[in-house]
Design a protein around this ligand. Structure first.
Ligand code: GDP
Length: 288
C-alpha cells in the first residue's frame, strides 16, 4: 500500500531530472533569458512559458513564479464529483504509453480506499494486452471482463458495466486499444464505446483519461489533441514521470490542451501512481 507520508518524497524523486532542467535560482536577480530557457528545457512549452514570463516581467520579480505555475494548473475544470455507482472510467492513449499499467494502478487505488473495482479489456485484438491485464487483475484481486479475440470492444464494455451493476461494484476501468489492426479508425471504435457505455448507464463513461508518456514530453501533444478532439476527454494521466527531465509538460498540457493532469505515474509497480495536486507538483518542481 502507498505510505501517505511518502507522497511528496516520491513526487520529488520522480521530478529530480526536471528540477535539474529548471536549474535557475529564484532568489537571484531576474535573468529572464535563463528562466525562459529553463522553462522550455523542462518542456513547459512556449505558450505557457511566454505567459508566465510576461506576467513575472510585468511584476519586475521572479518571486511570483510559484503562484504563476500553480495558476496555470488551477485554471482548469475540477475533478467531476463521483455521484454515480458504478463510476465508469475509460482509459485511452496510443500503445506503449502505459494504459494497461495505469488501469491496474487505478484499480489498486480504489481498493486501497476501501472501494471495489472491475477491469475491462477492450483491446480484443492484441492478445498480449489482454494477457497483461489478466495478470494484473489476478495479482490485485479484481474481476476482469474480457472478450474472445476480435470481438466487438463496445460489446465487451457493455458486458463489463452490466457485470459491475449486477455485483454492486463501485468502479469500472476500461482499457482500450491504442492502435487498430483493421482499416477502421481508432477514434470510431472509441466513440462507439462511449455511445454503448452511455446506453447502459446515462452519463457513462463518467471520466475519460488520456494517458500520456512524460518521456515523450510536448512531442506527444499533437497526438493527444486527436484524442481530445474526438472524445470527451476529462483529464490526463502522465506516466513515466520517474527519470524524465520533461515533467514541465504538465503545464503544456494545461495550457495547450486545456486538460488537467489527474494522476502521475512514477514507476512500474502497481503502487506507483500519485493523485495530482497542482500545489504539491509545483513545490516538488521548485524544491531546492
Ligand atoms: P500500453 O500499451 O499503453 O497499455 O502500455 P503498458 O501499460 O503496457 O506500459 C508500457 C511500458 O511502460 C511497460 O513496460 C510499463 O511497465 C511501463 N510504464 C507504465 N507506467 C510507467 C511509469 O509511470 N513509470 C515507468 N518507469 N514505467 C511505466
Amino acid at each position: 500500500m502507498v505510505a501517505p507520508g511518502s507522497f511528496r518524497d516520491r513526487l520529488k524523486a520522480g521530478l529530480i531530472r526536471t528540477r535539474e532542467a529548471l536549474s535557475f535560482r529564484v532568489s537571484e536577480a531576474p535573468d529572464w533569458d535563463s528562466l525562459e530557457e529553463s522553462l522550455i528545457l523542462a518542456d513547459v512549452g512556449v505558450p505557457a512559458a511566454s505567459e508566465i514570463l510576461d506576467r513575472l516581467r510585468a511584476s519586475g520579480s521572479v518571486a511570483g513564479l510559484r503562484e504563476e505555475l500553480v495558476g496555470v494548473l488551477t485554471s482548469l475544470p475540477d475533478r467531476p464529483p463521483r455521484a454515480t455507482t458504478p463510476w465508469v472510467t475509460m482509459i485511452v492513449g496510443i500503445n506503449g504509453v502505459g494504459k494497461t499499467t495505469t488501469v491496474a494502478k487505478l484499480a489498486r487505488l480504489t481498493l486501497a480506499r476501501g472501494g471495489s473495482a472491475l477491469v475491462v479489456a477492450a483491446d480484443t485484438f492484441r492478445a498480449a494486452a489482454q494477457e497483461q491485464l489478466r495478470t494484473w487483475a489476478q495479482r490485485i484481486g479484481v474481476e476482469l471482463i474480457e472478450g474472445s479475440s476480435g470481438r466487438d470492444p463496445a460489446s465487451v464494455v457493455h458486458d463489463g458495466i452490466q457485470a459491475a451493476l449486477a455485483r454492486g461494484v463501485n468502479e469500472v476501468l476500461v482499457d482500450t486499444a491504442g492502435r487498430l489492426h483493421t482499416k477502421k479508425p481508432l477514434m470510431d471504435e472509441l466513440t462507439k464505446i462511449e455511445r454503448v457505455a452511455s446506453r447502459v448507464i446515462p452519463g457513462a463513461p463518467h471520466e475519460t483519461l488520456l494517458v500520456m508518456d512524460a518521456t515523450v514530453g510536448s512531442n506527444g501533444l499533437a497526438q493527444a489533441r486527436q484524442f481530445a478532439d474526438a472524445l470527451n476527454v476529462t483529464g490526463v494521466v502522465l506516466t513515466k514521470m520517474d527519470g524524465t527531465a520533461k515533467g514541465g509538460v504538465v503545464l503544456a498540457i494545461a495550457k495547450e490542451l486545456a486538460l488537467p493532469v489527474r494522476y502521475v505515474g512514477v514507476g512500474e509497480s502497481v503502487d506507483d501512481l500519485l493523485e495530482f495536486s497542482p500545489e504539491d507538483f509545483v513545490d516538488a518542481l521548485l524544491a531546492p
